[in-house]
Ligand binder design. Structure first.
Ligand code: GEK
Length: 266
């Protein structure tokens, strides 16, 4: 992320940990988060900035834009910037829009507040009576958030942390909140039914992490920590879930190895 707040290099899994405990979004993760995601998710920066452009394309006046699992606010910031840029070019559909970042990790929301305020120069949870686009942050479980009147919902690498049995309901509440013509941007780590393809993607993903400076020990300890916490679906499962929830069409718009982003149109 490009701001003046210092972020440390991720070395959380660099030393042998004996029994690796389950991954949690605590302060230690928050401190290294931008570095962790950039070095661990192929295409992360591209997905975040294009999420902003998609948001600017699909934002409707007087609606909400949601960033579910906002972490440090990277997607909210990308939406904010792209919508202001569109305004400057008079491609303006953001009048009366509010961006809402939702995350259930207190340390994430605390740091997101600092990052957003530093980067935008505007206070979080304020700015309603100006020409700007307000950004609100909510520390809550998105499974019980009251989503409504949405033109754009971004869920970048967050559905994978929702227990699989809860995912259909989560998707239904997102679809119910989106107005006709609105969109969901859904980015996820994915799995593949074909074992040969599956192995290729996993191997290439590990090569990507090695090329970004992670050791084999870090890769395997992180994989163990995430095993029961992050459970990916196939793209086919995502497409079926989106259709069942009421989206009229969906398409993969980005994929690099086993990471993909889908746009679903209501
Ligand atoms: C980015 N989108 O930078 N409710 C709210 N937040 C949740 C929940 C939940 N039930 N479960 C997990 N989270 C961001 C990256 S990270 C992805 C998203 C990753 C939050 C969790 O606290 C964390 O901040 C985020 O979802 C997932 O584009 O670390 O791989």
């Amino acid at each position: 992320m490009n701001n003046q707040i210092e972020h440390k290099r991720d070395s959380l899994f660099a030393q042998p940990l004996g029994a690796v405990s389950e991954f949690r979004f605590d302060q230690s993760v928050v401190d290294v988060f931008p570095d962790m995601l950039t070095r661990s998710i192929p295409g992360y920066q591209a997905i975040i900035s294009q999420s902003g452009l998609l948001a600017a394309r699909y934002a409707q006046p007087n609606t909400n834009l949601y960033d579910l699992g906002c972490s440090l606010g990277a997607t909210s910031l990308a939406m904010h910037k792209a919508m202001l840029d569109a305004r400057a070019e008079n491609v303006n559909s953001s009048h009366g829009c509010v961006i809402h970042g939702i995350d259930n990790s207190t340390p994430m929301i605390k740091k997101a507040t600092k990052v957003i305020e530093t980067q935008t120069g505007q206070s979080v949870n304020e700015n309603f009576n100006t020409d700007g686009i307000p950004i609100m942050l909510h520390c809550e479980d998105m499974q019980s958030s009251e989503l409504q009147n949405a033109s754009v919902v971004a869920m970048n690498f967050t559905l994978q942390f929702v227990p699989p049995d809860d995912r259909d309901n989560m998707m239904q509440s997102i679809a119910n909140a989106i107005e006709p013509g609105g969109v969901l941007i859904l980015s996820e780590k994915v799995t593949f039914d074909d074992p040969v393809l599956s192995q290729m993607h996993i191997d290439m993903y590990h090569n990507f992490k090695r090329a970004n400076g992670y050791s084999d020990l870090e890769i395997s300890q992180k994989r163990n920590a995430l095993e029961n916490v992050m459970i990916p679906d196939t793209l086919n499962t995502h497409a079926k879930r989106l259709a069942n929830a009421g989206f009229s069409s969906s398409s993969v718009w980005f994929q690099c190895f086993n990471f993909a982003s889908v746009i679903a149109i209501k």
